[in-house]
Ligand binder design. Structure first.
Ligand SMILES: CCCCCCCC/C=C\C=C\CC(=O)SCCNC(=O)CCNC(=O)[C@H](O)C(C)(C)COP(=O)(O)OP(=O)(O)OC[C@H]1O[C@@H](n2cnc3c(N)ncnc32)[C@H](O)[C@@H]1OP(=O)(O)O
Length: 291
């Protein structure tokens, strides 16, 4: 503020008609609003946090949103929150997955930061000792499905939305840790069938194979079911719960701890390939044309 004031005073002296008054400063600060938050957090009386992805129009996961989500999880851990409900501010999209614009014609440094942030935020969500539920109130393709799969329980609004790891349909291979998350939820056999076909499941199909745990008809019901799931842990000794979660999720945790650098390198090498860049460009065009 002192620097702003000094600069303004110098400017005011030059123009002589302006003074560095509180009113002037208020007008100046109003003209530079803080960027909107991409993730909001509301903690209820029971200590359960609703974490809402809020990046219209489709909550595509860019570095900024992923960074905010990671910070939110760490803050909630520090505050001993009793549960996290991950949801979306949109009425039709939980998350459209990774932001393709982060990968299209990228600067190397930005691309590296993007993927590292995704890895770190994913690991924070996947391994947090806090009970986690995805209240999936819209479509959840690819990275959107990954976020939901990283939670312990999935409640999805149906019947019209879809969810799945559709990477093969886009001509790419989902990273190993995406696959581990799918295997965690539906088992190896169903995961193989889902991933090789890049299948997007209707809500009912997702329920049938265990990709989601419950289908509901609106967001309010999804939040209520999520709260019910979290409430059951009030009676479970937290240390036993935490150690059990950490242990049962060992494959994914260990994979990321041991392979983060190789995984980053593989991603960086792949994305800059001319054929991948061409594919991304065409995909972006196709999305625009389909409107
Ligand atoms: C794709 C190849 C990636 C290659 C990278 C190499 C390896 C990387 C390894 C792995 C992992 C990748 C996982 C991913 O998550 S990739 C992203 C996959 N996501 C999708 O395929 C979803 C695409 N989007 C949709 O299907 C729809 O948008 C949907 C979510 C169903 C919502 O539909 P609707 O409500 O009708 O909205 P629009 O389609 O009109 O979209 C509105 C605007 O948002 C833009 N958009 C949509 N999705 C993305 C996205 N993922 N990234 C960036 N932008 C996106 C869309 O273009 C519209 O923009 P505009 O208004 O400017 O036209």
């Amino acid at each position: 503020m002192a620097v702003v004031c000094r600069n303004l005073r110098a400017f005011a002296q030059k123009t002589s008609s302006l003074r560095c008054t509180p009113n002037f400063l208020r007008l100046y600060s109003q003209s530079k609003p803080a960027p909107p938050k991409l993730v909001t957090v509301d903690v209820d009386k029971a200590g359960v946090a609703t974490v809402t992805l809020d990046r219209p129009p489709v909550n595509s996961l860019n570095t900024g949103l992923l960074e905010e989500l990671g910070v939110a999880i760490k803050d909630l851990e520090a505050n001993k929150t009793r549960g996290i409900i991950l949801t979306s501010s949109s009425n039709s999209v939980f998350s459209a997955g990774l932001d393709i614009l982060e990968m299209y014609e990228p600067k190397k440094q930005n691309l590296s930061l993007f993927w590292t942030t995704l890895q770190n935020t994913w690991l924070s969500l996947y391994r947090t000792s806090i009970p986690t539920v995805a209240a999936i109130n819209g479509h959840a393709p690819a990275g959107g499905c990954l976020l939901a799969l990283s939670c312990e329980y999935r409640v999805m609004v149906g019947p019209k939305f879809t969810i799945g790891l559709n990477e093969t349909q886009l001509g790419i291979v989902a990273p190993q840790w995406f696959m581990i998350c799918m295997k965690d939820a539906v088992g190896r056999r169903q995961a193989e069938m889902a991933l090789t076909a890049g299948k997007m499941f209707s809500t009912q199909e997702a329920l049938n194979i265990g990709l989601i745990d419950k289908m509901v008809s609106n967001k309010e019901e999804a939040i209520a079911e999520a709260q019910k799931f979290i409430a059951q842990f009030a009676k479970i000794p937290p240390l036993a719960r935490r150690m059990t979660k950490e242990s049962i999720r060992q494959e994914g945790i260990k994979y990321m701890e041991e392979n983060a650098i190789d995984d980053l390198k593989a991603f960086m090498d792949l994305v800059v390939q001319p054929n991948i860049q061409k594919g991304l460009g065409m995909y972006l065009e196709a999305m625009k044309k389909s409107k």
